[in-house]
Design a protein around this ligand. Structure first.
Ligand SMILES: [Zn+2]
Length: 300
């Protein structure tokens, strides 16, 4: 009997130990919305990869970084126990957003791939399209006005680009800025918290969004447009969004001036270059953030 109670005590201590381990808060948690920015490590600009997990465990990946960091992203997802993504978003055809999908589509099961109806003449984009067909990935073109749910409680709304804008550029060769300005903009709402993902928008489109949608731009968290580059983040736009948090997804910082602009207006600014991996957690009312730097180790 004594040994039974002793074993039970040991098991309880072990369980408690696991429960209290500093990394337990980093695990996928089914009571909250989690948004994870992956710090993709490369010598050149590595792009965006953001994972959203709904409180009921549904997953959405916004972009997958460059091809070279595809393996890292795939491993990070593996560490989180994720081998299935419900929605994979390719915000626009540039390499630093779709490159990693060449690995992810091979290694992770994707429910539906969401993308704007755009094309691009690069090798990376042709390989991406070929892989979609070869793997028979279910894909869907999305545009302004489309809405869907991630699980039961998280709403995703596409704010941009409109069908009209996409049709205007059909069969045209687009410049880098034109392509960036056609990036998907997503607004994510969970109860009273909102998150705005702007991909690579430039100031021109920020202005258009301000004119068309000022009343829906406000968000608790803003993904700094175009990796925090000076092409973007006009003061009027930041003021309209009025975010508590601004996340710069960049392994190479683009503009000190833009960072100062954010800091000056009182937002908490976090950047993957400075803070490493970033985990944002929301219970629908309150948002908390933990970073790799604070944690002393990678978050995955
Ligand atoms: Zn980019």
């Amino acid at each position: 009997m004594v040994s039974f109670y002793r074993s039970l005590a040991i098991i309880l201590v072990l369980m408690l130990g696991v429960g209290l381990s500093p990394n337990s808060i980093l695990a996928i948690n089914n009571d909250e919305l989690q948004i994870r920015y992956f710090d993709l490590e490369a010598d050149r600009k590595s792009g965006d990869a953001i994972l959203i997990v709904s409180p009921d465990g549904r997953t959405l990946l916004i972009d997958a970084g460059i091809a070279e960091t595809g393996i890292q992203l795939s491993n990070d997802l593996g560490q989180l126990g994720i081998d299935h993504i419900d929605y994979a978003v390719a915000t626009h055809p540039h390499h630093d957003h779709i490159g990693g999908y060449l690995t992810i589509l091979e290694q992770v099961e994707v429910g539906t791939l969401l993308l704007p109806d755009l094309t691009h003449s690069t090798k990376a984009y042709s390989a991406f399209k070929k892989l979609i067909l070869a793997k028979d990935v279910d894909y869907k073109y999305v545009k302004e006005g489309d809405r869907f749910y991630l699980g039961n409680e998280v709403e995703i709304e596409v704010l941009h680009p409109s069908q009209e804008m996409l049709e205007q550029v059909k069969r045209e060769k687009l410049s880098t800025s034109e392509m960036n300005n056609l990036s998907l903009v997503l607004k994510v709402t969970y109860k009273n918290n909102t998150f705005l993902f702007t991909s690579d928008l430039y100031k021109k489109l920020e202005k258009e969004l301000l004119e068309k949608k000022k009343d829906v731009l406000q968000a608790d968290l803003l993904h700094a447009p175009h990796h925090g580059d000076r092409t973007s983040s006009s003061i009027d736009f930041i003021d309209a969004v009025n975010p508590k948090y601004i996340i710069i997804s960049a392994n190479i910082l683009q503009s000190k001036k833009v960072i100062n602009r954010y800091v000056k207006r009182g937002s908490k600014v976090l950047a993957t270059r400075i803070n490493g991996d970033i985990l944002i957690r929301s219970d629908g009312d309150n948002i908390s953030v933990i970073t790799e730097k604070e944690n002393g180790d990678r978050l995955f």
